[in-house]
Design a protein around this ligand. Structure first.
Ligand SMILES: Cc1cc2nc3c(=O)[nH]c(=O)nc-3n(C[C@H](O)[C@H](O)[C@H](O)COP(=O)(O)O)c2cc1C
Length: 385
């Protein structure tokens, strides 16, 4: 009922809040014998952590994870894998002024409406602190995908405000292009169109100085995903991916392939045409021909099942709601008042959103990979024929 778990064969359960001792994820369904180190988790957590550049929040959270269970001698045991990330840099006093006020655009009012109480220090369970452990789980999911089917997931920023990146081939974008500028310095906005990236950084910095924030769009691409993963009805892989992305804080829209663009297209404009491709031949269904499509408007999924083409998703992320500027609001007692949030907040959520979105996509794909193997992985030879 409480919605703290996600996935079936690869299942994550999280607990924790922004101003408690920390956050924990329990991952069930991890195959035994998967090599895993804290250092591998740390690489991804460093991409998500606060304080990484001038355009992110200046909170300094080292986000150093600990294994609590499910590991022995550097490998997973196959039992539930628990990872804990302590909170270090909470400043609860930043929130004392707004304890009885509802932050516009945040979850304060809706939490009170549901529970009749809330931890006003930073949003409690609604805080993006919770997503750290999802990123840790995403590392495990990505390792399963890499090891078992060589699939990988890459996200990047395609839009900040009105600045839109030009990305001709989403499947060609590499981690290096997202993380580094051509001169080797960090690409702090994580947009691989470097002309657009520079404009995005300038815009975010201007808005930060104005005590404001800005929204944008992230694109997430999964390549190497074999054809045949997913379910035909309620657990369509597109439905699970949408839920995964919508479960992240601040996501107001999700689309895949041409997305809402399909509304103005004719069938002949929209259909992706099939062509033979032996490289894409199904691993298990040996009598099925390998195909590719000559375009990828369908975004790698048809009928809730992967086609073997790159999975291309986009998420629209809203501007950070907590603002240091004064805005109108209401107190818990219904009095009209004003509010300005003193805490340290990201002026644009997109750069730190990327590893979170990649992780959730990897978690869904690992889940469906394991489900596919469980159902279709060992077809008994048809002895009757
Ligand atoms: C990386 C990241 C960091 C965030 N940090 C903040 C923050 O510092 N202040 C804030 O008001 N919202 C922040 N949010 C967004 C809120 O958590 C979110 O808007 C809030 O929980 C309400 O949920 P909703 O926007 O999904 O409806 C962050 C979101 C992400 C993805």
């Amino acid at each position: 009922m409480a919605g703290n778990s996600f996935g079936q064969a690869f299942r994550i359960t999280t607990a924790g809040e922004s101003h408690g001792p920390g956050n924990v994820v329990i991952i069930d369904g991890v195959p035994p014998g998967l090599p895993l180190t804290i250092e591998e988790l740390q690489v991804e957590l460093d991409r998500r952590r606060p304080g990484q550049s001038k355009i992110t929040t200046q909170r300094q959270e080292p986000d150093i994870p600990q294994f609590l269970s499910g590991m022995f001698e550097g490998q997973t045991t196959g039992t539930s894998l628990a990872i804990f990330i302590p909170n270090k840099d909470q400043r609860s006093r930043d929130y004392s002024d707004i304890k009885d006020k509802y932050r516009p655009g945040h979850a304060d009012y809706s939490f009170d409406a549901k529970y009749g109480r809330r931890d006003y220090r930073g949003g409690g369970r609604s805080s993006a602190r919770e997503t750290g452990v999802r990123v840790a789980a995403g590392v495990v999911a990505s390792k399963i995908l890499k090891q078992e089917c060589r699939a990988s997931v890459q996200g990047y920023v395609t839009q900040v405000g009105n600045i839109v990146a030009d990305i001709p081939d989403p499947a060609a974008i590499t981690r290096k292009m997202v993380e580094q500028l051509p001169d080797g310095t960090p690409n702090i906005v994580r947009c691989p169109d470097y002309v657009a990236a520079e404009k995005m950084v300038t815009l975010i910095d201007e808005l930060r100085k104005d005590c404001n924030s800005i929204g944008g769009v992230a694109e997430i691409v999964a390549t190497g995903v074999p054809a045949g993963l997913g379910e035909p009805v309620f657990d369509k892989i597109k439905a699970d991916l949408a839920k995964a992305l919508f479960s992240l804080p601040a996501v107001l829209g999700v689309e895949y392939g041409v997305g809402f663009g399909c509304a103005t297209m004719t069938g002949s404009e929209h259909n992706d045409l099939f062509a033979p491709d032996e490289k894409n031949a199904p691993v298990i269904q040996k009598d099925v021909t390998g195909v590719k499509t000559t375009t990828n408007r369908h975004g790698g999924m048809l009928g809730g099942i992967t086609t073997g083409m790159p999975i291309v998703l986009r998420a629209a992320v809203k501007p950070t709601s907590s603002l240091p500027m004064e805005q109108q609001t209401v107190t818990r007692d219904g009095e009209e008042t004003t509010i300005s949030t003193k805490g340290r907040h990201d002026p644009c959520l997109l750069p730190r959103f990327i590893p979170m979105a990649e992780s959730m996509v990897a978690i869904v794909l690992a889940d469906h990979w394991l489900r596919w193997k469980a159902q279709c992985g060992k077809i008994a030879p048809d002895t009757a024929r």
